[in-house]
Design a binder for this molecule. Structure first.
Ligand code: ADP
Length: 397
């Protein structure tokens, strides 16, 4: 039987993540990463059958183009180029235009570029990846999967900012939300695990990675989410502040800070890094806490408290709750962080299942707490955005 492999491309401004995924099973055939594009140390590496290879990227042409061009020869050499049936691109911002995965045409690419105003770092990079892939693999159909698309079902009351309506009509300022592919995937997997029909299942999905967001899902659809107009809103993250009184911005500017300095601080020097003064990495925070580091302890407390507050408030959009789902690098692996979040949720009746919490780690899913009061569970589901991209590309073929 012929295989359905999909080349999944996630193109950043100076990087490129790629994977060849078996769309039937979700297995990684090949995974790889290009980094430091445009710099002398520009390189790409990949893993195939457990073996890692790294090469330098050199040349005056765009490094995205060179790296994607190399994938043509690589997939031939590794013997599965004929099994690749489509290319799926992860695109950060689909605005209000893209509510689901679409087949890429010149018009779609131009629309992704036109949305660059809303995602100035990500969308131009996504379009560069698309154009490079079109050139390298002209015979393959290509698809765009948007981080924002899953949240386009939010009702107006959830996506409207409490600001002048003109800012929405003139500039499109509203809540868009991100991490949609991850919230989509884990909610479907959770419904399967709980033996529920997704169209009748409701969840609070909590994605905790370097970026973090919560999503309220009613009958399988996103009805509210914590990231907003940009991925800076909502939860505290690795280096991002999350929610903050906007008055702070004016205050700092009056103190002589430039807009760039303010947003550099909020995007890159806040969150775990800012509060701990130590690291943006949750593992580093937990290790330092064990050694008695006060900043790390405070970062842990602020983070877990804020996640719990969001979970509590995301009961409001739902008429029923089947599960709170933890995912992302922290949600999938960090026992102490999950434990502290659950401790903060006692009023909702959550009681930790210690054994469950200990075993649902490092790629294993499972139930980690129960609330009799809500007739709901808390569970861990490892996310797999690449699998969704591969599946949806093949479905649309
Ligand atoms: P990204 O948002 O960049 O995809 P990930 O979802 O991979 O990030 O999450 C990265 C975060 O997950 C880091 O803070 C990292 O420390 C944390 N993490 C990964 N493994 C563990 C672990 N075993 N215990 C605690 N935190 C972990």
């Amino acid at each position: 039987m012929s295989k359905s492999f999909v080349l999944v491309i996630n193109s950043g401004s100076s990087s490129l993540k790629f994977a060849v995924i078996d769309a039937a099973t979700g297995d990684d055939v090949l995974t790889g990463l290009g980094e430091c594009f445009g710099l002398p140390e520009s390189r790409m590496s990949w893993k195939f059958n457990g073996e890692k290879t790294e090469i330098a990227i050199e040349g005056d042409d765009s490094h995205h183009k060179i790296a994607i061009g190399k994938l043509v020869g690589l997939t031939e050499e590794l013997g599965f180029s004929n099994d690749i049936v489509a290319i799926g691109h992860r695109i950060v911002h689909g605005g209000e235009k893209f509510t689901k995965t679409v087949r890429i045409t010149e018009e779609v690419t131009a629309e992704i570029e036109a949305l660059s105003d809303l995602a100035p770092l990500h969308n131009p990079a996504g379009a560069i990846g698309i154009r490079a892939a079109m050139e390298a693999f002209p015979a393959l159909p290509q698809f765009a999967v948007f981080d924002t698309a899953f949240h386009q079902t939010m009702p107006e009351k959830a996506f409207t900012g409490a600001i002048s309506n003109e800012l929405y009509t003139k500039y499109g300022i509203r809540r868009y939300g991100f991490h949609g592919t991850s919230h989509y995937y884990v909610s479907r997997e959770a419904a399967k695990m709980l033996d529920k029909n997704i169209d009748e299942a409701s969840f609070i999905s909590v994605h905790l990675g370097n970026g973090a967001s919560v999503c309220a899902i009613e009958n399988g659809k996103s009805v509210d989410t914590s990231m907003g107009f940009t991925p800076l809103a909502g939860l505290m993250m690795g280096t991002r502040s999350g929610d903050l009184d906007p008055g702070v911005i004016e205050f700092l500017i009056k103190k002589g800070w430039t807009t760039e300095q303010v947003f550099d601080a909020l995007n890159k020097k806040s969150g775990f890094l800012g509060v701990s003064g130590l690291t943006s990495d949750a593992r580093g925070i937990l290790d330092a806490m064990e050694e008695g580091h006060e900043g790390a302890k405070l970062a842990f407390e602020v983070f877990t408290y804020r996640v719990a507050k969001y979970i509590g408030s995301y009961m409001i959009p739902l008429s029923n709750l089947d599960a709170v789902i933890f995912t992302g690098g922290i949600g999938e692996n960090s026992l102490p962080i999950r434990r502290e979040i659950l401790n903060n949720l006692k009023l909702l009746g959550f009681v930790e299942d210690e054994k469950g919490n200990e075993s649902a780690r490092f790629g294993d899913s499972g139930i980690i707490a129960k609330s009799e009061m809500l007739d709901a569970v808390a569970m861990v589901i490892p996310t797999n955005e690449e699998f969704v991209i591969a599946q949806q590309s093949v479905e649309l073929l």
